[in-house]
Design a protein around this ligand. Structure first.
Ligand code: KIV
Ligand code: ZN
Length: 517
């Protein structure tokens, strides 16, 4: 057993779900969705919310500004490349926050300097210092990131950090931008920075790891063991390529192994599971069943030996409880006799905080479902909330649908939709009932996307279970995911397809700039 540590130091959680997470394909969110995520992150106890990259697009700017105006308990960071335009725009977006932060960055690796920036070490150093000084004119709370730090020359990296700290950076971030580092090596890099940057004690060391080799979480905790006191991460590990380090894993590693790290976070861990479900509901991107902490099987013990041990003493095979991450099964059966108070209580237990009118809307859908289904499970309630509440006002809505199919009939769908406030009705044939429905919807919405993926899942067991449909569609270079749930899987399919078309419209409007443009 490793030696126990008695004092506990605080590690700040910097969540970048709304920036690094959101910028990856399939995870695009609109403003109301981003706002809901920001509120959830605040109640989760995240120290810093990176709300977006304000210069990237008008939509990003407005979302960051709105989030900055409503969130009070977390710092709000806006990302900016190391130039005046980006920095001033980021400040414009975050300045109304209770605790604003400007996060500016530039690459420091030779490979990026030579091929991308086409600048010398000295030139990049000057740009970095100038950027931090510019940001400092706006706020004392400035973070500097050395992009591709793990492939940078260590001594040059230390020189850059020393100079930006001198210029006023209060957080220096060490990104493993391409997910190249190995835990021991990354830990030793943090130790090297602590030893070789003379003014390091004036700043917080942060890390930001990508998961290309599946090591983002291992690298992040190796950094904490070597003195990093801020970790950048995302819910469910969403993000560019293989994703970012996952918040839930880092937080639970530090909580469960506090004895080893002597460090912990402020995160209210019982809100982890609802936060994970919220991201899944909004993006439509599901987590793998065997994912640590929040996967469907993370607490499912199938083996007889394990079950026997657990019955005798939970500690035999359980290093943390499902309740500690907010996974609680209700002892209360919900059905058509359940009233609005019981419904509200269950919704709250599931970790959702809904406004009164949202609750009313969800309760109405719950009643409709309970009329058809004997027992309504937690998963049904989550699906109702995802569909009725979490989704933003849509351009296209389904009003009515009838589908004919069978062994002899030609599958035909008749669909009535609300398209930007106008009622439009049409019909089409298809190779099957879903195909007929999709063809009619495409006709009504005058859209020409191609279907990349179609998957049906049963939300709970039983023949009266709701079907949850996920579709992935593409138009030109834009790929989006849509989800729909209903007891009738053809209707669930239509809802998923319409949800994807709404997301496509939103994504098309977002003509953003990438980090390097
Ligand atoms: O991965 C990266 O290097 C980044 C920086 C902007 C911090 O996302
Ligand atoms: Zn990143």
């Amino acid at each position: 057993m490793p030696p126990k540590k008695h004092s506990v130091e605080l590690v700040k959680i910097f969540d970048t779900t709304l920036r690094d997470g959101e910028q990856s394909p399939g995870n695009t969110m609109n403003l109301p969705e981003k706002l809901r995520v920001a509120r959830q992150l605040e109640s989760l106890g995240v120290d810093i919310i990176e709300a977006g990259f304000p210069i990237a697009s008008q939509g990003d700017f407005e979302a960051v500004k709105k989030i900055a105006s409503v969130i009070k308990k977390s710092e709000i960071a806006g990302l900016a490349r190391a130039n005046d335009g980006d920095i001033d725009r980021a400040w414009e977006a975050v300045k109304c926050a209770a605790m604003p932060r400007i996060h500016t960055f530039i690459s420091t690796s030779d490979i990026h300097l030579k091929h991308q920036l086409r600048k010398t070490h000295d030139e990049v150093l000057k740009i970095a210092v100038k950027a931090v000084k510019r940001a400092k004119k706006h706020t004392p709370n400035v973070e500097f990131s050395a992009m591709d730090a793990t492939r940078s020359d260590r001594d040059y990296l230390c020189r850059v950090f020393a100079e930006v700290i001198e210029a006023g950076a209060v957080t220096i971030n060490v990104p493993d931008t391409v997910g190249y580092a190995i835990p021991e090596e990354f830990g030793s890099l943090i130790a090297y920075i602590r030893k070789n940057v003379p003014n390091i004690s004036r700043t917080t060391i942060s890390v930001h790891c990508h998961n290309d080799l599946g090591l983002s979480v291992a690298n992040s905790v190796a950094a904490v063991a070597n003195g990093a006191r801020q970790v950048e991460c995302t819910i469910n590990g969403i993000g560019e390529r293989a994703g970012n380090a996952s918040l839930e894993e880092i937080v639970m590693i530090l909580r469960v192994r506090r004895d080893l790290f002597g460090a912990d976070t402020r995160i209210a861990t019982e809100k982890i599971y609802p936060s994970s479900r919220l991201i899944t509901s909004i993006t439509g991107v599901t987590v793998q069943p065997n994912k640590a902490i929040v996967g469907a099987n993370a607490f499912a013990h199938e083996s007889g030996i394990h079950q026997d041990g657990l019955l005798k003493n939970k500690m035999t095979y359980e290093i943390m409880t499902p309740q500690s991450i907010g996974l609680s099964k209700s002892s209360m059966v919900m059905g058509k006799h359940s009233g609005s108070h019981a419904f509200r209580k269950r919704v709250e237990e599931l970790g959702f905080s809904l406004l009164d009118d949202e609750l009313k809307k969800a309760f109405q859908r719950f009643k409709d479902l309970a009329d058809k289904k004997k027992e309504v499970f937690d998963e049904d309630i989550e699906a109702i909330i995802a569909q009725e509440v979490l989704r933003a006002p849509d351009l296209y809505k389904l009003i009515d649908m009838n589908v004919v199919s069978g062994t002899v009939a030609i599958p035909t769908a008749t669909v009535e939709m609300d398209v930007e406030g106008k009622v439009v009705k049409d019909a089409a044939f298809g190779d099957g009932p879903v195909d007929a429905a999709f063809k009619t919807i495409a006709k009504i919405t005058k859209t020409k996307s191609s279907l990349l993926k179609y998957a049906v899942n049963s939300i709970t067991g039983g023949t009266d279970a709701q079907g949850e449909v996920t579709v992935r569609i593409q138009e030109n270079d834009t790929v989006v995911v849509g989800q729909g749930a209903h007891m009738d899987i053809i209707i669930a399919s239509a809802l998923a397809y319409i949800n994807a078309l709404n997301r496509l419209e939103h994504a098309k409007k977002k003509t953003g700039r990438g980090l390097y443009q």
